[in-house]
Design a protein around this ligand. Structure first.
Ligand SMILES: Cc1cc2nc3c(=O)[nH]c(=O)nc-3n(C[C@H](O)[C@H](O)[C@H](O)COP(=O)(O)OP(=O)(O)OC[C@H]3O[C@@H](n4cnc5c(N)ncnc54)[C@H](O)[C@@H]3O)c2cc1C
Length: 406
């Protein structure tokens, strides 16, 4: 039997206040549900990230009523500058922004609270609670030296790329992350004019990985490197060392070298895992939905996931709002269908990630886009998601984007 309403602490318990959890909590609260949002950290807190907001994030922020407020504080940009291994460059136009996650996530959390969600922190998720029939009925947390139990009709797990929480919830299908990335902030006011767009760099020296420089405004830059494994591929025994990739990035990309040598680091470089391609975890159990990067909502190839984390959180909220009186099976099936609808977009990034294994393909794409405004427009359509995702999910579809008759 579901936890009796009288003994519940809330209708929906959302664990994790990153973009996925806060987006979900806000929408549930807006719909009038009694929501409790919690996190192991007191906010505002830092999150290791490139801080880049690509078009899907802008759309999700608009749904949350936060687009204007975020853009007012963010450093805005209008192009992704792609650097191919042989030195070719192409600028793909898009609506972009960079805002440190410490600020972005606090804005999202505050918006959830303003909508009526309640907040508890620091609470570290330790285990799920179950009813007599095995249905998830809330969660147990570590709160300082003691333990706290919170009972809910529904629990949403939005704990990000940390596999431990997935294991504790019994939904982990793959412990290893899809990849790792490292980032730091560097202050170098002299480079403000030189780096106008979000730079992404592919190069053989990066061993199948990539580097980025994202201008964060005020002469500050978010600079980092990452590598991602193809879904289903064996995680290499000797994965590249992120510090070595960072050194290699500074050697092969002049702006990165200038930032590293002439800039003032603001804090340490920090690494973190990524979980991609909507894989690696079960999305639902009776009484539980898994959302955001916990469900693998980050894109392979570029490691971007803020937008899709919010989108998946919004999908979970919508399913719970409309299905609150439905059966567990109905809620679970509707949620899985909502995530499946996003799958073609993830498949496209999965395909593109193979470019990292064959750097000549990045050279070819860059070369094509430089010569053909139509190809460039189609690449922009991939980025802003106006391209039909069905066309992107196969190698042929992707090729058609690059060829003149596409
Ligand atoms: C180096 C790096 C660079 C990246 N750059 C970009 C980028 O430029 N643009 C982009 O779009 N994406 C980027 N990403 C991906 C992006 O960070 C994630 O896709 C995004 O944070 C996922 O959001 P989320 O809400 O699912 O999880 P998170 O943002 O990770 O939030 C999860 C929350 O759950 C909490 N939590 C975890 N475990 C527990 C627990 N046991 N108990 C209670 N609370 C818990 C955490 O404290 C956290 O607040 C990058 C990732 C990395 C590692």
């Amino acid at each position: 039997m579901p936890a009796a309403a009288a003994t519940r602490d809330c209708e929906v318990l959302v664990i994790g206040a990153g973009p996925a959890g806060s987006a979900c909590a806000q929408m549930l609260a807006r719909a009038g549900l009694d929501v409790l949002l919690c996190d192991r950290h007191v906010f505002p807190r830092d999150k290791v990230c490139g801080d880049g907001l690509i078009p899907d994030a802008h759309q999700a922020l608009a749904c949350l009523g936060l687009a204007d407020a975020v853009l007012a504080r963010a450093a805005c940009a209008t192009r992704v500058e792609c650097f191919a291994p042989r030195g070719g460059q192409v600028a793909v136009p898009a609506q972009l922004a960079v805002l440190p996650r410490r600020e972005l996530d606090e804005m999202l959390r505050q918006a959830a609270l303003a909508a009526g969600a309640r907040w508890l922190a620091p609470l570290r998720f330790e285990a799920l609670l179950h009813d007599a029939d095995g249905r998830v009925a809330g969660a147990r947390f570590r709160e300082g030296e003691s333990t706290r139990e919170l009972r809910a009709r529904w629990t949403v797990l939005a704990t990000g790329a940390d596999a431990r929480a997935l294991e504790l919830a019994g939904v982990c299908e793959r412990r290893a992350p899809s990849g790792m990335a490292l980032r730091g902030y560097v202050r170098h006011p002299g480079m403000g004019a030189a780096i106008g767009g979000l730079q992404v760099v592919w190069h053989r020296a990066l061993q199948g990985g990539y580097g980025w420089i994202f201008p964060a405004g005020g002469g500050r830059f978010n600079l980092g490197v990452g590598y991602l494994h193809r879904q289903g591929a064996e995680v290499p025994q000797h994965a590249p060392k992120l510090r070595q990739l960072l050194d290699a990035f500074a050697q092969v990309h002049e702006p990165a070298r200038e930032l590293m040598q002439g800039g003032a680091p603001a804090g340490e470089f920090k690494g973190a895992p990524l979980r991609c391609s909507l894989a690696g975890a079960r999305f639902a159990r009776p009484g539980l939905l898994v959302t955001g990067e916990a469900a693998g909502s980050t894109y392979l190839f570029t490691g971007e996931g803020i937008g899709k984390a919010m989108e998946s959180g919004l999908a979970a909220a919508q399913v719970l709002t409309h299905g609150r009186r439905g059966s567990d099976e109905e809620v679970s099936a509707t949620y899985q269908a909502a995530l499946a609808a996003l799958q073609p977009r993830f498949a496209a990034y999965e395909l593109a990630n193979r470019f990292n294994e064959h750097p000549w393909m990045v050279d070819f794409v860059t070369w094509r886009a430089r010569r053909s405004p139509a190809v460039l427009a189609r690449l922009a359509g991939v980025l802003d998601e106006s391209q039909d995702p069905g066309r992107l999910a196969s190698a042929q579809g992707l090729l058609r984007i690059l060829l003149p008759m596409g």
